[in-house]
Design a protein around this ligand. Structure first.
Ligand SMILES: [Mg+2]
Length: 420
């Protein structure tokens, strides 16, 4: 396990009380001495923080996703929305952003299991199959693809449902929560697992779901270039415009760098390097530069700054609004409150901001008021913990025994995440 996870939570210039990690001045040598259990706990905190934090930002934004800013003020008063409000018939309701993030994580784990078992396939194919299961939760249409990646006969002759796995067994994931039209259409049209979508969309539906790529790939065998490529490839399953994919690759790298102990500014430096190598990286680069400029010039007035960065309906703007909020947040709550109080795609910008700040500061910095009412909190936490277990052996050579899980872990994981 790399030492990097224990290396720091410097914060984006501001750091909340209670944020985990060593202080900004901690020497690398002291980090290296951190015992294994401490590092494991820090890694868990970042993974759970990223997924639960994203869900909390999503749920905070859900009631105002389709409201203009003056409408938010009219409904919630001069401070805007500052806590959960009723959406989809309950408090703390998650939306499609969180649902799809969970299926991204599930697909990545199942791809790791595929590799451990020596099954055929690709990571794009396995995550596409996970998105097909999400499509199924939204439409009631059974999952279409079988163990071999081929289209299933339906009804299946044998164990059709056995392929669904643990995640899909949760009935509360099967609610429609404003699923993106582009994602639904692309998945409906998908005939070959892992093939990129043929549309020209750069909606934020690719970037909003991509954080698990950064969690998993920030780990063993990390290379920013590969993380960028995988983030792009998984977003391109539903979004055909280059920027729809590149913004997702950028968030994956950002999360990976943060999990490895960088602060947001340091992580952004790596993202900029990656974008400079992208032929179509200019849209995303420009949006991030706007976010950083406004974070520097206008850190205390997000209501004034965010409209200059974007509304978040398109991928690079959703990422940029998330980055502005992460750079200027005083604490986790402040960050996600900033991220949802504008006239744009509040649940997606809330989700991305929550992903970043949760990975940066850890699960302990998410307040109980956002944690306790959060829908599917236990499922999200358990999936994040499974990602921790999985991240340790994911990227190893399948033939390298040192990267294989122990037998009990492997049996449990295989039950929950079949390798196809
Ligand atoms: Mg949504």
């Amino acid at each position: 396990m790399p030492d990097a996870v224990g290396a720091v939570t410097k914060g984006p210039g501001r750091q909340p009380e209670g944020a985990h990690g060593t202080s900004a001045s901690a020497a690398p040598s002291s980090v290296a001495r951190a015992d294994k259990e401490t590092r494991k706990a820090l890694l868990r905190s970042r993974f759970v923080g990223c997924l639960v934090g994203g869900a909390a930002g999503d749920a905070l934004g859900a009631p105002v996703e389709f409201l203009r800013y003056p409408e938010i003020l009219a409904r919630f008063g001069a401070t805007g929305i500052t806590g959960y409000a009723l959406a989809y018939g309950r408090m703390g309701a998650i939306t499609d952003d969180t649902q799809m993030t969970l299926f991204t994580a599930e697909g990545l784990i199942r791809d790791g299991m595929r590799r451990a078992l020596g099954n055929r396939g690709t990571v794009e194919g396995l995550v596409a199959a996970a998105y097909d299961r999400w499509f199924s939760t939204q439409t009631g249409r059974p999952p279409r693809f079988g163990r071999d990646g081929g289209v299933l006969e339906w009804p299946p002759a044998g164990d059709g449902r056995s392929q669904d796995g643990w995640l899909m067994s949760h009935d509360d994931l099967h609610h429609r929560r404003g699923p993106g039209a582009t994602c639904l259409a692309a998945l409906e049209a998908m005939t070959v697992l892992g093939e990129p979508a043929t549309n020209d969309s750069k909606g934020c539906g690719g970037v909003m779901r991509i954080a698990p790529v950064g969690l998993v790939h920030g780990w063993v065998g990390y290379e920013p270039r590969k993380t960028m490529a995988l983030g792009k490839a998984l977003a391109a399953l539903t979004h055909g415009h280059p920027t729809g994919a590149i913004a997702a690759g950028a968030l994956a790298v950002l999360i990976a760098e943060i999990v490895r102990g960088r602060d947001v500014k340091e992580a952004l430096a790596c993202v900029h390097e990656c974008l400079a190598r992208e032929r179509h990286g200019a849209n995303t680069e420009d949006a991030l530069q706007r976010a950083e400029k406004w974070a520097q010039q206008c850190p205390d007035d997000p209501v004034a700054a965010i409209p200059h960065i974007g509304e978040g309906w398109i991928a690079e703007e959703a990422l940029a609004v998330g980055v502005y909020c992460a750079l200027t947040a005083r604490d986790f709550s402040d960050g996600v409150i900033r991220a949802v109080n504008h006239g744009g795609d509040s649940d997606s910008t809330g989700s991305i901001t929550g992903n970043i700040l949760g990975a940066l500061w850890g699960a302990e910095t998410i307040p109980a008021s956002l944690l306790e009412p959060l829908e599917l909190r236990d499922v999200i936490t358990e999936l994040a913990e499974d990602l921790v277990a999985f991240a340790k052996w994911y990227d190893g050579d399948p033939g390298d025994a040192s990267h294989q899980p122990d037998h009990a872990l492997r049996a449990r994981m295989e039950q929950k995440y079949p390798g196809y």
